[in-house]
Design a protein around this ligand. Structure first.
Ligand SMILES: C[S@@+](CC[C@H](N)C(=O)[O-])C[C@H]1O[C@@H](n2cnc3c(N)ncnc32)[C@H](O)[C@@H]1O
Length: 283
């Protein structure tokens, strides 16, 4: 059995040969996940030998990563707003940019007591659980996801965080009927928003993520249009609707919201200075 130091240099070489970017930080991540060892421990315990089962798990992760599987799928986890969200094939990997949407939405409803909230197109549930945590559970949250595979991860994360979020495995374009008009204080969504024709141009790693999570129709706007049509009546007067958007979609989404009776529309930038979240209020 090789030592940690030997394992590190062999894996580094394999990842570099496979064309993986940022090899050092990924490898340290994998070391932490498989062996519970950080950079300092690696220096101090470099000549030690790991347990065989941990080493086998490490080899599996490196093999998958070298064949192009995203690191989050290979290790089965993704960090989002200080939560360890379980992910795997069939569910979108939460992106750091989505924290812009969560923080702006939390701020917009901070004065509402025990708000009623729905997260449409919930995927792993990263938004719903971050909102529930951000409000210290003084809220009533629903999360809707259509895909059976994604719903499995939504349920796993729900259990992991002992969450009180109400999970609904259904189509957002039909389950609006379960709720009376004027029910919600916040409707939040990170829907599929890539133009259908642009999907094949995405990075190969992104293409391993579910098509259902990406395809926003011909102009990437189908979900914004249909959510506004079906769900705005479910908002209270003065209630907030918030969307994550893709690069260059701000004007179009703003127009859709504006023509659906939403006012006080504001946009929020991500760390790359791209408008990433749009928020407005029902009159
Ligand atoms: C862009 S992903 C967002 C996932 C998660 N909210 C996040 O931020 O990581 C969109 C999600 O919408 C789901 N979805 C697509 N069409 C849907 C529909 N008609 N009803 C409910 N969920 C849908 C997909 O399965 C996917 O999980």
């Amino acid at each position: 059995m090789p030592t940690y130091k030997e394992i590190y240099s062999q894996a580094k070489k394999r990842l570099e040969e496979a064309g993986i970017e940022c090899v050092k930080s990924e490898l340290l991540n994998i070391f932490w996940y498989c062996f519970g060892i950080n950079r300092l421990n690696l220096i101090i315990c470099g000549s030690d030998i790991p347990e065989a089962t941990r080493y086998n798990e490490f080899c599996r992760v490196i093999r998958q990563r070298c064949s192009g599987v995203p690191i989050q799928y290979a290790i089965g986890k993704c960090n989002f707003m200080d939560m360890d969200i379980d992910v795997g094939e069939g569910v979108l990997i939460p992106r750091e940019d989505t924290s812009v949407l969560v923080n702006a939405s939390l701020d917009a409803i901070k004065s509402v007591k025990n708000p009623k909230i729905i997260d449409l197109c919930s995927g792993s549930g990263c938004i719903a659980f971050a909102i529930e945590r951000g409000l210290c559970r003084s809220c009533d949250v629903y999360a809707v996801e259509i895909s059976k595979k994604a719903f499995k991860y939504l349920s796993l994360n729900h259990k992991k965080y002992d969450s009180k979020v109400n999970l609904i495995n259904d189509d957002i374009f039909s389950c609006h009927r379960y709720f009376e008009n004027g029910y919600f204080d916040l409707i939040i969504s990170n829907p599929p928003y890539i133009r259908s024709d642009d999907i094949s141009k995405l990075q190969s790693e992104v293409l391993l993520e579910p098509h259902l999570a990406l395809d926003g129709g011909e102009y990437g706007l189908d979900f914004y249009e249909n959510i506004c049509k079906l769900w705005i009546p479910k908002l209270k007067s003065g209630g907030v609707i918030s969307f994550e958007i893709g690069k260059g979609q701000y004007n179009d989404v703003r127009e859709i919201m504006d023509s659906s009776g939403i006012t006080n529309i504001k946009a929020f930038l991500d760390i790359n200075n791209i408008y990433r979240a749009v928020i407005g209020e029902r009159v």
